[in-house]
Ligand binder design. Structure first.
Ligand code: ADP
Length: 508
């Protein structure tokens, strides 16, 4: 079986990539476990040497990487460079700068009742991490979790999306060029059958990015073996514009956030809510900005093609559903006029969209922007939260106090004020969703720690013959009772505390 890499912008077949034979799943795991025993035994400094080389390789090959991502997905090279390549290299930079502080043993306080001991938290790699990634940001969404897992001493099996196999192959080659030891990162090529076979191969952790539907399937399979997971799923992100916002900036921001990567973004502007008093003006601005966008493939184009035909069909279905329910297409083309054999779709702005239309409820993942008016702050919050998703949100107002107040009420993994999407580009911030947008967070120091067992360590110098709470219990109950009452009572009674403590100690 082979995967055929197709340039979505032209339909041209580029390359055939051999699918991983499902019969080889166990060999992948055996290789990974063997590599784990060596890789996890390296010091952090030794491991960081490999990441330094990976960063160098990627910085030198930046143009090649961006062009490959663009070729494989149909997105324009600027989208590939700015939103896929840059955050990936930034995450390697984060590992280089912060992994030591994040994964070194952390000393914590020891309560008085455990007098004489020290306590710390240690981070121990889990083993083999399975990363399953999607096609919309095929580099970032595969490499960031892979790099974070590897940094902690895990080995990784990556199953990239079958829709973008060229990028999967490229990732394999980048790790080889950086000289990573054999089998520390292995790439399994293929679709859902291959993904499913690897899930059932019992990895020690699963990091999945993709649809809610597949996330649920994976979570069920993982539950069978109690495999911990992180699930990064979809979004239907609200973009709230108050009348006092910088409307020019908000309109430009909305158009970028809605149409970057041809709208195939889980954290883009997917539902725009605009305060009624500026609604007509804002819609005019959106139309004007949208009409000025250049469709194409080159470095100067704004919007590329969609990535595969199935996604275009979902967009068609959602647009037709909205139109049938009375929505108005303000700009863009009616689906009946779309060119059948092309994945280029002119960006659309829609108004008069009923709140129960698919375009307001389900992930459309395409270049279409529904705009809805609201009258009050409460209504804006209610509309924004009326979704089964909760990945990102964007609030626009010159009154930062109000923007913060609204942000606090949004059930969302992230909120960006007077900008959109970019929380994902700060590796110090947690990334992840509320509600159906997923389970867990990554990025930042916790994004390194999720791939490790947190081990609680208590150290005693071992000098005393015995501990006060050990056997025999005879005569200790009243002393403990006095000790705890004097310690936990509303006012601490230090005299009683030390007296009972010394009596207990004397028994040793
Ligand atoms: P998207 O359409 O966003 O890519 P999918 O959930 O269809 O979302 O796919 C995301 C990733 O999950 C892809 O790599 C795909 O091959 C993989 N996948 C799909 N179904 C399964 C499954 N049942 N088990 C494991 N992996 C799967």
């Amino acid at each position: 079986m082979v995967l055929v890499a197709v340039n979505p912008a032209t339909g041209e077949r580029i390359e055939e990539i051999e699918e991983t034979d499902i019969g080889k799943v166990q060999t992948f795991y055996e290789n990974s476990r063997r590599a784990f025993s060596r890789w996890s035994g390296l010091s952090l400094d030794e491991r960081l040497g490999y990441f330094r080389r990976l960063k160098k390789v990627m910085a030198e090959a930046m143009d090649e990487i961006a062009k490959t991502v663009s070729l494989d997905t149909g997105k324009v090279p600027t989208d590939a460079l700015v939103s896929d390549v840059m955050p990936t290299i930034e995450s390697i930079e984060f590992v280089l700068k912060h992994v030591k502080k994040s994964l070194s043993p952390q000393k914590v306080k020891t309560p008085l009742l455990l007098f004489g001991k020290t306590s710390c938290v240690e981070y121990m790699p889990r083993g083999v991490v399975l990363v399953i990634s999607p096609w919309n940001y095929p580099l970032q969404l595969a490499m960031v979790p892979a790099v974070s897992a590897l940094a902690g001493g895990n080995t990784v099996i990556l199953k990239p999306s079958e829709v973008t196999p060229l990028v999967g192959k490229l990732i394999e080659s980048l790790f080889q060029r950086a000289g990573f030891p054999e089998h520390v990162l292995q790439v399994a090529h293929g679709g859902k059958e291959v993904g499913s076979a690897f899930v059932n191969g019992k990895p020690d952790y699963i990091f999945f990015t993709g649809s809610v539907k597949t996330g649920k399937i994976i979570q069920k399979a993982a539950a069978e073996h109690l495999i911990p997971t992180t699930l990064e799923l979809g979004g239907k992100d609200p973009f709230i514009v108050f009348a006092d916002a910088n409307l020019e900036r908000a309109a430009k921001g909305a158009v970028w956030a809605a149409f970057t990567n041809c709208g195939q973004v889980c954290m883009s502007a997917e539902r725009i809510f605009v305060e009624k008093s500026v609604f007509p003006e804002f819609v005019e601005r959106l139309k004007e900005e949208t009409r000025s966008l250049v469709l194409g493939q080159g470095e100067d184009a704004d919007i590329g093609s969609m990535t595969f035909p199935g996604q275009k069909e979902i967009v068609r279905e959602h647009v037709l559903d909205a139109l049938a329910r009375g929505a108005k297409l303000e700009t863009g083309e009616h689906p009946d006029r779309w060119t059948e054999d092309s994945l280029f779709v002119k960006p659309m702005v829609m108004t008069n969209v009923p709140l129960d239309a698919k375009i307001m409820k389900e992930e459309t993942f395409g270049p279409v922007l529904p705009v809805v008016p609201f009258e009050t702050e409460e209504e804006a919050v209610k509309l924004a939260n009326d979704t089964e998703y909760g990945l990102n949100a964007s609030v626009w107002s010159n009154d930062l106090e109000r923007a913060r107040r609204v942000a606090a009420k949004l059930v969302s993994g992230a909120v960006v004020i007077n900008d959109a999407v970019i929380s994902v580009a700060n590796p110090h911030l947690p990334f992840g969703g509320a509600k159906n947008s997923g389970i867990g967070r990554y990025h930042g120091k916790d994004g390194l720690r999720i791939f490790c067992h947190e081990k609680a360590l208590v150290i005693d110098r071992g000098r005393l013959k015995r501990e006060v709470q050990w056997y025999p219990y005879k005569g200790t109950y009243p002393l403990f009772l006095r000790l705890f009452q004097s310690y936990f009572g509303e006012r601490k009674n230090w005299f009683a505390f030390f007296q009972s403590f010394l009596r207990l100690m004397k028994r040793n």
